[in-house]
Design a protein around this ligand. Structure first.
Ligand code: AMP
Length: 369
């Protein structure tokens, strides 16, 4: 099949790297030829807002997917009138707006922190009175990696906070004193089949994902079931086809939903080496209408993100079981430039290898001199 991907980032690159060996052709709609996916697929360079570019994409592919949720709705709707766009518009509309996300969780009986809509200083005041402090003010749209959000700790933080996030539509959420952060990835096929990976545990640094442990340790059957049920309900409600990621807070065994991503997800990168079928292959199978296998892990693995700097590759590759993935991006503070997945035959070896990788990554955090 000919697959069109809206977006040329690393997710598009890894999707193409899964699709091409399966016999698919991939066309990537990117804003610039330097974007990571353009090196591994046929690039189509142009704006998502340009009707002519969208028309060219439509004529070159059989199915369209997207690798980030901030593609303009009009572009997706325009394509969806002519060919399958998977996941569809509804997944995009819900996942690209925090208010839509939270109300969808609520409607499905999936627990969240208390939340309220904020459209100006007055509604922020009312929301703080209802939810209390500390709380987190987040823009409804375009926030990621902790961007577009502010923690309000005391009353003194409230005046001016709405202006500080740009004076745009927002939500206020109660601050969750979570024990840990988890995520679960589910995949739904065209025929409605649902498969899920086990829960993974995520550690952030400065609001950016740093580490994923797969599977998450100490997960009771009850916790696993609740997470699986939550993502399954979301997949059905959105009539979603493809991978869907659900980020969760674990507060002493209680699961609270934070957000969803209607696409392959950073917390699923470990699946390339750590699972029988990667999230990228699973997504490709789903959107092309092919069978979905059970998503079993090959054991424990750990993913470490490379943020801002690429460590000396020879040091990483000298560590057994360490798999280096670089996205073809230049180094810049806060930018995800690659990741490393570490596998090992047993827990002791894994812990040792992970410690060695982190030591190298931390030594080179500021990039080459
Ligand atoms: P988000 O962009 O919503 O994924 O938020 C980025 C990170 O901020 C999350 O991974 C959490 O570590 C933290 N965070 C977000 N929302 C909350 C909250 N309501 N309470 C506590 N921490 C939060």
């Amino acid at each position: 099949m000919r697959i069109g991907i809206l977006g040329g980032g690393q997710l598009g690159r890894m999707l193409a790297l899964a699709a091409v060996p399966m016999g698919h052709e991939v066309v990537v709609l990117a804003q610039s030829p330097d974007e990571p996916a353009c090196a591994v697929a046929r690039p189509l360079i142009g704006s998502f807002d340009d009707d002519l570019v969208i028309e060219r994409l439509r004529q070159s592919v059989d199915v369209v997917t997207y690798e980030f949720e901030n593609v303009p709705r009009a572009a997706v709707e325009g394509l969806a009138a002519h060919l399958p766009v998977r996941p569809g518009v509804r997944s995009l509309v819900v996942a690209s707006d925090r208010w839509n996300e939270k109300t969808t969780f609520h409607a499905l009986g999936i627990g969240t922190a208390p939340f309220a809509q904020v459209d100006d200083e007055d509604s922020l005041r009312a929301a703080v009175d209802r939810i209390g402090l500390p709380a987190v003010l987040k823009t409804r749209r375009l926030g990621y990696d902790g961007k577009g959000q502010r923690v309000l700790r005391t009353e003194a933080d409230v005046p001016g906070a709405f202006a500080a996030i740009g004076g745009v539509p927002a939500i206020l959420e109660g601050f969750v004193r979570f024990t840990r952060e988890l995520s679960i990835l589910g995949v739904r096929g065209v025929d409605g089949t649902i498969v899920t990976y086990p829960l993974v545990e995520n550690t952030h640094r400065s609001g950016i994902l740093f580490r994923t442990d797969a599977p998450a340790p100490h997960v009771s059957d009850a916790l696993a079931t609740r997470a699986r049920e939550a993502i399954s309900r979301l997949l059905v409600e959105l009539d979603h086809v493809g991978v869907l990621a659900l980020e969760l807070f674990d507060r002493e065994g209680e699961l609270l939903a934070n957000e969803i991503a209607p696409r392959v997800h950073n917390t699923g990168h470990f699946t390339i080496e750590g699972a029988d079928t990667s999230q990228f292959e699973a997504h490709v199978r789903a959107i092309t209408g092919e069978p979905l296998p059970p998503l079993t892990l090959r054991g424990r693995s750990v993913m470490i993100n490379l943020v801002g700097a690429i460590p000396p590759r020879e040091l990483i590759l000298a560590i057994p079981g360490a798999h280096l993935h670089l996205y073809g991006k230049t180094e810049r503070p806060g930018r995800k430039v690659g990741h490393i997945t570490i596998c090992a035959p047993d827990d002791a070896a894994l812990d040792d290898r992970v410690a060695r990788v982190i030591a190298i990554v931390d030594t080179n955090r500021d990039g080459p001199a």
